[in-house]
Design a protein around this ligand. Structure first.
Ligand code: NAP
Length: 552
């Protein structure tokens, strides 16, 4: 028998863990390969101070097991990284999934073998595997990028990208610290360390619109109440476009009297989580005039929170509107810039020329540092795929196929790459939502799809070219309706530290989870018309072998 496994899952983060659970339930012979030394994905790697999610904690847990929901207590409304990592370890141990997982196994290549009718996998530690089905759960934001400044390697102090923050806590006391980058990561980090360092210098290229997270502890009584309401909570999340609690307000901004708008926006701004972004008036993210009104409101808030008006103006974005890039949620971020030990360097005005042995040199000043932290983002969504040599039918490399931007069917499958499911891949609705809610959707669909193949003894599937073309057009159409589809951010494939041939291709699906779910349901209900499913004539022999190993 040529296959070691019926399915191999790449990645043991939030998505890979749930897929592992489903495969275990299905009785499929499977393996999870994980490059880290333990489970957690994002929550394993991002050990920078201040790391936490912006999802209400009770909406971030898996919904599949009532027992699990009863057993797990969240301690804060927006849990810190350490707690989420512990949660994922708890899930893996509870459902005995570790036995199927191989850690420190970084994927090197995945080749489609036509004769085999499956994938040949090689890891960097020299192991090889053969599997019928390959499922990737390799993360959207798992390929960190350093800036391409001269001298990055020459710095003699401690320096790291936030994704690779040291496992042991860094001692910041009395240190001269630089942070480069002010996206969601930089904003969390800066707020957390500002009062722990000797001095902090923030190098900002473009400011982002940030809004208060308004986090607080969950009391044990609150947790008990949450446990009583899980059905309602998940039903709520299921019915919003984003998979969060927050649903758009059906009113249009300019139809509402200015004083009523003000009251509504004040409530959103003092509320917790993404309400301010995702629970706003329905045209806030689609109509530039509406967006400009809300941007003015947030700019006023920022000005109120910063003592020095010149610094306030530097922190207020002038080149894009609120929410047209991912909104960093913050805790006292703006107040940090009122501290005497914090300096903001606008590198739009005074560009960084190089990193030196002792610090950072701009065109006007040489700054000495003990620690430089790069919060400079990721080669998002497709970057993790590019790091693996994935070769499909007829020698086609995924990297080449996606050179001008990703092409997929539903963000879950790629023409020319049979038996491959990209669980959290580009253009998928699963990645544009409250992540666990979105990936449960994708994993459920893919698991049902695999069960269908197994039940019907179909060893081969492939998305049709037509389905891929349809999905590409639809993804583009959805992104053009929303303002963030036009902005430079990781959503649209922008990263100044990576050479890409394409620009302005929406990497995520902006149509919302309800529409996405509709497409998936239709596909399933109609017997998967967007896929070629074949125990094909050409490999009748192979089919026989496969059917033998597939559980019935
Ligand atoms: P990001 O949003 O891409 O931000 C990267 C930052 O680094 C930007 O300010 C960027 O400036 C700057 N930068 C990049 N290259 C630079 C260079 N060569 N020189 C100077 N500055 C440079 O990355 P991120 O902050 O890591 O966040 C990525 C995503 O991770 C978020 O959008 C979010 O989805 C996720 N995340 C989530 C949470 C959470 O759940 N709370 C927390 C952190 C991250 P420009 O804007 O000028 O390019």
């Amino acid at each position: 028998m040529e296959f070691d496994h019926d399915a191999i899952v790449i990645g043991a983060g939030v998505c890979g863990i749930y897929q592992a659970y489903r495969l275990q339930q299905m009785g499929v012979r499977f393996l999870v390969l994980e490059q880290a030394s333990d489970v957690g994905g994002t929550w394993y790697w991002n050990r920078y101070p201040g790391c936490r999610f912006d999802s209400e904690s009770e909406t971030y847990g898996y919904s599949f097991s009532e027992e699990l929901l009863k057993e797990w207590d969240w301690s804060e409304h927006f849990a810190p990284r350490e707690e989420t990592e512990r949660y994922l370890q708890f899930v893996v141990d509870k459902f005995d999934l570790r036995q199927h997982m191989r850690f420190d196994s970084r994927l090197k290549s995945a080749y489609w073998d036509d004769k085999l009718g499956g994938w040949r996998i090689a890891t960097h530690d020299g192991q090889s595997y053969a599997t019928r089905f390959l499922l990737t759960a390799i993360g959207l934001l798992s390929s960190p990028t350093l800036p391409r400044y001269e001298g990055v390697e020459s710095f003699e102090g401690l320096s790291f990208h936030t994704y690779h923050a040291p496992r042991d806590p860094v001692d910041f006391a009395g240190k001269r610290v630089a942070v480069v980058g002010t996206g969601a990561t930089g904003v969390q980090l800066i707020s957390e360390i500002a009062d722990k360092v000797g001095s902090l210098t923030v190098f900002q290229r473009r400011p982002n619109w940030c809004a208060p997270l308004n986090n607080s502890p969950i009391t044990s009584q609150e947790m008990q109440e949450i446990k009583q309401r899980y059905d309602e909570i998940f039903a709520l999340c299921r019915n919003t476009p984003s998979g969060f609690y927050h649903d758009i307000d059906p009113r249009r901004t300019l139809e509402v009297a200015p004083e009523d708008r003000e009251v509504f926006w004040e409530a959103l701004y003092s509320g917790s989580g993404f309400g301010v972004w995702l629970g706003n008036f329905k045209d806030m993210l689609t109509d530039p005039a509406a967006n400009a009104e809300f941007s003015k409101f947030v700019a006023r808030k920022i000005r109120q929170r910063i003592d020095d008006p010149k610094i306030a103006e530097k922190l207020i974005p002038k080149d894009h509107g609120f929410g047209t890039r991912r909104v960093p949620m913050e805790t006292n971020y703006y107040e940090v810039f009122n501290q005497d030990n914090v300096l903001l360097v606008d590198i739009g005005e005074t560009p960084i020329e190089r990193i030196t042995r002792t610090g950072i040199k701009t065109n006007v000043e040489d700054f000495p540092f003990d620690i430089i932290i790069y919060a400079t983002g990721f080669d998002a969504v497709t970057g993790a795929f590019d790091k693996i040599d994935i070769v499909g039918e007829n020698g086609l490399r995924l990297k080449d196929k996606w050179e001008d931007g990703p092409q997929t069917a539903f963000g879950l499958s790629v023409h020319g790459f049979p038996n491959l499911l990209t669980l959290a891949g580009p253009q998928s609705g699963s990645v544009a939502t409250n992540f666990p809610r979105g990936i449960e959707e994708a994993v459920n669909w893919c698991s049902e799809f695999l069960a269908y193949l197994i039940e019907n003894k179909i060893p081969y599937f492939q998305a049709t070219r037509a389905s891929e073309e349809f999905w590409g057009r639809h993804v583009q159409e959805m992104s053009e309706r929303i303002l963030f589809g036009k902005e430079q951010s990781w959503f649209t494939g922008y990263n100044s530290n990576v050479d890409r041939k394409y620009r302005n291709r929406c990497l995520i699906y902006a149509g919302g989870q309800l529409r996405f779910r509709g497409f998936l349901q239709e596909e399933r209900d109609n017997g998967y018309p967007s896929f070629v499913l074949s125990p094909s004539d050409r490999d009748q022999q192979k089919t026989q072998t496969v059917v033998d190993i597939l559980p019935s």
